[in-house]
Design a binder for this molecule. Sequence first.
Ligand code: HEC
Ligand code: HEC
Ligand code: HEC
Ligand code: HEC
Ligand code: HEC
Length: 269
Amino acid sequence: MNIYNILALILLLIIIFLLRIKRHLTKAINEKFPDNLEPDWIVDTFQPWYFHLNKIIGLISVTLLGLILLGGYGFWYSFKIGNQQGYQPDQPIKFSHQQHAGLYKMDCRYCHSVAEKSKNASIPSPGTCMNCHRYVQATAKYNGSISPEIKKIYEATGWDPDSNKYLYAPKDLKWVRIHNLPDLAYFNHSQHVKVGKVQCQTCHGQIQTMKVVQQFSTLQMGWCIDCHRTSNVNVEGNKYYEEIHKRLKKGDKWTEEQNGGTECGKCHY
Ligand code: HEC
Ligand code: HEC
Ligand code: HEC
Ligand code: HEC
Ligand code: HEC
């Protein structure tokens, strides 16, 4: 239930309440002046089915119908909001993974090296780009002048290509964030990449073919849990797991679920 559903419910109750008051007032008027009897719209309309039923049953069915409609709306709403699969925003520099990671076969870790060591994979600073783009200017494509996209890297670092020096104040470079879990969930890259040996592509798709990155997975809770149900923890060469392994004698598989990877506290603070 979010605030809008609750508001809708309150408004609905107020409407029902006002209609009831109106009906009572009409009835009172009709009793006082029986000569100019006005037809009661509600009674006339609903007489055949509503008022002939037991009043309680009638009320319950109408309430249930309302709740089902509201619930359906809430479900649809949270589904739409929660799922960002396919999200593919434009970026401030036309950086292409297809070119760098695909064509030039650069390792993902050259730019996202911290994925091995920390929670975040993080986006490289423009300084990393400068390792090459201080010299690589794609001038052949622009009749001898520097690529306008590469100039943006220079602006972001304060580089002056004429004097080959960092002369200016760096301008903020704001990449648009694509993958984003809500704050209530905890996800750790090194746990998956280093310990679990899960490929970047398993979760992010064939990034090295994308000119513009797009979100490949739903990133929803069911997606995490499904993989934990089926993926095997790497037990070889790990004393702790080998012990459990022997004790349980459950064959030669030890899934992340058996390891506790579907317990709420593992992913929620
Ligand atoms: C030359 C540096 C470089 C290399 C190599 C590189 N990336 Fe990136 N990556 C970036 C930059 C810069 C961004 C932010 C701009 C964008 O989204 O394109 C990014 C964005 C991403 C994102 C989206 C981040 C978000 O906002 O959610 C993912 C996922 C990603 N890279 C995965 C990979 C994978 C997987 C590989 C290897 C196949 C790889 N990258 C190789 C520089 C690089
Ligand atoms: C290992 C070297 C290397 C690194 C690091 C690198 N690039 Fe490149 N990049 C290249 C090469 C090579 C080209 C092709 C240049 C050409 O077409 O002549 C290129 C091309 C580009 C182009 C296309 C230019 C155009 O107009 O055609 C952009 C934009 C670009 N890189 C942005 C980036 C950004 C942003 C980063 C840092 C996140 C980065 N590159 C890191 C080597 C690199
Ligand atoms: C098990 C699934 C999984 C694997 C494997 C994985 N990622 Fe991610 N990645 C995610 C999720 C989930 C997020 C969103 C994290 C968040 O919002 O806290 C994310 C976010 C990112 C981001 C955005 C910035 C950040 O640090 O949150 C980049 C860049 C990225 N991943 C690159 C990579 C690279 C490169 C690899 C391989 C070395 C990789 N990922 C492996 C699931 C994965
Ligand atoms: C493609 C498969 C895959 C996906 C998707 C995936 N995980 Fe995992 N996860 C693993 C594996 C494999 C491990 C076990 C790593 C190891 O060997 O300890 C793991 C371990 C974990 C652990 C450590 C559990 C423990 O026992 O300490 C947490 C926490 C976790 N994952 C959170 C998440 C979250 C949150 C998501 C979704 C945003 C997610 N994972 C998505 C495969 C996955
Ligand atoms: C493997 C990781 C993982 C485990 C285990 C897990 N969750 Fe989640 N959960 C997530 C992620 C990621 C999200 C955020 C994405 C989403 O909303 O689906 C989430 C979202 C939620 C939400 C918010 C839903 C929403 O629509 O905002 C609730 C409530 C929740 N989890 C409860 C639980 C409970 C209760 C358990 C234990 C039975 C549990 N979770 C176990 C990963 C996990």
